[in-house]
Design a protein around this ligand. Structure first.
Ligand SMILES: Cc1cc2nc3c(=O)[nH]c(=O)nc-3n(C[C@H](O)[C@H](O)[C@H](O)COP(=O)(O)OP(=O)(O)OC[C@H]3O[C@@H](n4cnc5c(N)ncnc54)[C@H](O)[C@@H]3O)c2cc1C
Length: 431
């Protein structure tokens, strides 16, 4: 027998679970499916190696869903300062004052209490599963993925791996970068693999929790530090943190093959002196990075959100923040469709989703590409241009802070002149 719902969401990661909560709170009958189940939170366990810098905008959204206090009750580290600098040695660097090559953003300058929080992905997902489970209109089905997806004039049908058949007016694919919903619906992607990969490491260091996250740009790619919580009683005087080392795949493979002591020595040489004194490497993993964009977000009764719709270079940590913006937008439009008595897959509403989210996501992808190419380029004029850019960012605090407020989710829109510049960049229509 087919079980009928208003909406089926495939993928209960951070984005899918947020959407299910929000839609459930609107009284929409949702079935949320995930092939996996997140582990329960263990306060004594080492941190999840996957962490995200959640913006103030994401924090507001998670608050509205009732998940934020659960995140804070588990673990979240606020950061109040963010530093970015260029550390690529070049003859022209000598001609420029050192102060030109570094910019620091602070919550105080932006009129905010903090810039964001670093949160382990499993904690955000865990908190959202708690909110999902409180919604009587949301059915959570775990342990299996989907096999088939069919669309007809008045409904869409999904078959699970065990043969269970489910139907709904709308199917939301929130099943990540390799989305099966997207491929079953026949939606293609444009994809560019970057030459760099990211190696993420969970580390402990001697000292107190920091309130700064920083990223230096080196010839082979950025190196970043993200602050985490105190390591507590088992490791007195120590704190957890996360390091990200971007480099070519061959170099990262070499680093991953080293013993922890050898890797620690490499980190000490490669990272800047401001890195606190490391005591332990707990875990390491490397990720290929790619810019990927679905050719359309909506096809008949299927709609994509989060990484299923777009993946972005993580160098400014915007991936899940964009996914939460998709979720919020979609949730609002579905509410309007329901209020108007429309079919929830009515193109009148879904076209607005594509219209609002695609250009916004594309702008952020393009901005990240611009950073990537600008900072991995050693041609003298480009080197000079980016240092002048950093210098201008120092010299023009108003403009700099407006852009930063947008990136941190404090403001909803980029300043108009910046939007216009990004809209005019060549390649915008290609992605
Ligand atoms: C190195 C690195 C650093 C990053 N840092 C940041 C950062 O600082 N800030 C930030 O905002 N973003 C960051 N990101 C990006 C961020 O991790 C992703 O954007 C985010 O995880 C996407 O969430 P999602 O819910 O869309 O997808 P996912 O997290 O991929 O969740 C998809 C869910 O779908 C389920 N699923 C998959 N296939 C199926 C199926 N066939 N059937 C049923 N269920 C299925 C999975 O089990 C999973 O639960 C980073 C990414 C990388 C690689």
């Amino acid at each position: 027998m087919t079980q009928a719902f208003d909406i089926i969401i495939v993928g209960a990661g951070m984005v899918g679970a947020a959407l299910a909560t929000g839609l459930g709170q609107q009284g929409i009958k949702v079935c949320l499916i995930d092939k996996a189940t997140p582990a329960d939170f263990d306060p004594h366990a080492s941190p999840d190696i996957r962490v995200s810098a959640l913006s103030a905008g994401s924090e507001r959204y998670l608050q509205s869903l009732g998940a934020w206090h659960a995140i804070l009750a588990m673990r979240a580290t606020p950061y109040r300062r963010l530093a970015v600098w260029d550390d690529t040695p070049h003859p022209l660097s000598k001609l420029l004052p050192g102060s030109l090559t570094e910019v620091e953003f602070s919550a105080t300058d932006l009129g905010a209490s903090h810039l964001g929080h670093i949160v382990e992905n499993s904690i955000t997902q865990n908190a959202l599963w708690q909110t999902v489970k409180r919604e009587p209109d949301v059915a959570l089905m775990t342990g299996q993925g989907i096999n088939t997806l069919d669309q007809s004039a008045d409904q869409a049908t999904i078959t699970l791996e065990d043969g269970t058949e489910l139907s709904a007016q709308l199917i939301i694919g929130a099943d990540g970068a390799l989305s099966k919903v997207r491929s079953l619906a026949g939606i293609g992607v444009t994809r560019d693999q970057y030459e760099q990969q990211a190696m993420v490491m969970s580390i402990r260091y001697r000292g107190q929790p920091e309130d700064i996250t920083w990223q230096g740009f080196y010839p082979s790619g950025p190196r970043a530090f993200l602050p985490l919580h105190s390591a507590g009683d088992p490791f007195p005087g120590e704190t957890w943190g996360s390091l990200v080392w971007y480099d070519c795949p061959a170099r990262l493979a070499q680093l991953k093959a080293l013993s922890d002591d050898q890797l620690m020595a490499e980190i000490r040489t490669a990272f800047p002196a401001r890195l606190p004194q490391l005591t332990h490497i707990d875990a390491k993993a490397s990720f290929p990075i790619a810019r990927q964009h679905a050719k359309q977000y909506v096809l008949n009764r299927v709609v994509l959100a989060g990484d299923a719709a777009h993946t972005i270079n993580p160098l400014a940590g915007q991936g899940v923040n964009l996914g939460f913006q998709d979720a919020q937008c979609l949730q609002g439009l579905i509410k309007e469709a329901r209020r108007s008595g429309d079919d929830l897959a009515n193109p009148r509403w879904l076209a607005q989703y594509e219209h609002q989210r695609r250009p916004a996501n594309r702008r952020m992808m393009l901005a990240m590409d611009l950073f990537y190419h600008l900072f991995s380029n050693q041609i003298p004029p480009v080197h000079l241009a980016r240092n002048l850019g950093l210098g201008a960012a120092r010299a023009l605090p108003f403009a700099r802070n407006r852009v930063a407020r947008y990136a941190m989710g404090l403001d909803e829109q980029l300043p108009r002149p910046v939007q216009q510049i990004l809209n005019r960049l060549p390649g915008l229509n290609r992605i």
